[in-house]
Design a protein around this ligand. Structure first.
Ligand SMILES: Nc1ncnc2c1ncn2[C@@H]1O[C@H](COP(=O)(O)OP(=O)(O)O)[C@@H](O)[C@H]1O
Ligand SMILES: [Mg+2]
Length: 280
């Protein structure tokens, strides 16, 4: 178990943490990453950055800039055309995610949780089982089909649901929850994987302000416990309230990488062009 996982496991159920973020340990080094579809122009065009433990990184840019593609390539659900994504472990073990296949790739995906705008829960299954499905890669298909999970997994799922204020809904079908509740379940499911990295693709795009705040608070808590969180957001205001760092992407290139407080009007203009008036 690495430091981030140990921290998460020991502190998630605790009250509001007194912890400082873990020192700037690099967990991922993205180097000159490119992605094109069918040999067309590069949707990701030479992206480089390091991701550190405990960071909450907002990714911003206009629609079509490449934000979702970036998260999917990092997660290994889309293949890179060129470049490297180095996963750096505590013990100096280094893997290039772009070279993984089969079981090794599945292992990486289990270390790299992901949540989406539309939650991607199984609507007819209850909340608890949806969370337990986060352990799917570590559970045999047959066992998960019959919903046979070890007691330790159930205890962990319940702990996460309690943290998210969802314990009273544990046995309800996911389809009966509100959008905000569904996204909280999705976060619990992703954390069931004990990820080192959590990627979130527009997780609050369909939520009202109160639920948006709740999800962003949860992501911040997750990052404060040592996990690197990378979140695609449409709102610069949210980035400025929550994120410790922002990466701005335009046409598949990083045009800004720094503290949100230092974002200038010029950079926003470069990032959003005539969409700038739609920003909130
Ligand atoms: N599966 C795909 N096949 C072909 N083109 C795609 C595919 N997915 C995304 N794209 C293209 O890649 C570009 C970046 O898309 P995306 O990463 O979804 O941007 P964003 O999330 O910033 O809105 C867009 O031009 C989009 O049309
Ligand atoms: Mg997108």
């Amino acid at each position: 178990m690495n430091m981030a996982q140990a921290l998460l496991k020991s502190t998630l159920a605790a009250p509001e943490p007194q912890l400082q973020p873990v020192a700037q340990q690099t967990v991922l080094s993205v180097q000159d990453l490119c992605k094109s579809w069918n040999g067309q122009h590069n949707v990701l065009d030479g992206i480089s950055f390091d991701l550190h433990a405990g960071e909450l990184v907002g990714v911003i840019g206009r629609s079509g800039a490449g934000k979702s593609t970036l998260l999917h390539v990092l997660n290994g659900t889309h293949t890179a055309t060129s470049g490297h994504i180095l996963s750096l472990e505590d013990d100096d073990d280094e893997r290039d995610i772009t070279e993984l296949h089969g079981r090794a790739l599945r292992q990486w995906r289990s270390e790299c949780g992901m949540i989406f705008q539309d939650f991607c829960l199984v609507p007819r299954l209850d909340v608890l089982t949806n969370v337990l499905l986060g352990r799917l890669s570590q559970t045999s298909t047959l066992k998960s089909l019959f919903k046979i999970f070890p007691d330790s997994d159930r205890a962990r799922a319940i702990e996460l649901l309690e943290w998210m204020g969802l314990l009273p809904h544990a046995l309800q079908r996911a389809e009966n929850l509100s959008g905000g509740q569904m996204q909280r379940v999705a976060i619990c499911r992703a954390l069931m994987q004990n990820p080192r990295i959590l990627l979130a693709d527009e997780p609050v795009a369909s939520l009202d302000p109160k639920n948006t705040q709740r999800i962003m608070d949860a992501l911040k808590q997750v990052s404060q416990r040592g996990i690197s969180v990378m979140v695609n957001l449409h709102s610069v205001e949210l980035v400025q309230s929550y994120c410790s760092r922002v990466i701005g992407i335009a046409s598949g290139r990083v045009v800004y990488d720094g503290h949100p407080a230092s974002l200038t009007e010029d950079t926003l203009q470069q990032l959003y062009g005539d969409e700038i008036s739609q920003l909130h």
